[in-house]
Design a binder for this molecule. Sequence first.
Ligand code: ZN
Length: 210
Amino acid sequence: MLEKTFPLSSKMRINADHEKLENVSQSHIKFYLKYSSFVFRALKKPSFQKFLNWMLKKEKIEAQTVRVVHVKVLPLRRKNGKGIAGKCDTARGRIQIYPKTMKFCQVFKQKFGRNSLLVYAGNRARAALIHELLHLKYSADEKTVRELAQNYFFIFTQKQPAQSSKALSIYKMIFNAKVSGKKSPPSGSTKSSIRLELNRTCLRASGVFK
Ligand SMILES: [Zn+2]
């Protein structure tokens, strides 16, 4: 039933490269499997799927252009060491969403708590999927994709019921964290407002992923 209403929902898969998994410790595998199944559920949530449908219609992107959305189990880094949130193979219609590293998550959890980590991980993946879907239309125009993705993600957070006070902090959290490009949440004084927002998010986020 869900698949008929939300065409993207049926194209989501958790995907692991098995030869890569062989070189990863059991504890890491356990962590990344949990992470990917959490993100998978966050992306399939009807409220988000409904939003994506609306966005695709507004952008006149045919849902058929998307062949598959892979929620990848293991993280991927660029040559410069920065983590990748998502990739889009426009020719094949294949989108890949990557997790943060276990190390990042441990530091994040210690600083901000488990709830904030879940909110962050789920919304980072949502922002990444929005971004990669837009690449289907704007292909290599990274600037346009970034601007639109930021706007659309903001609209999504605004549409969440009874979360208006929290929406802006989620938005700031995703985009500031992304812009800063650090492996762990920054500790400099210039970023203290974000940290404050994160702590607030933690307190108010309990209803987000039910
Ligand atoms: Zn991009």
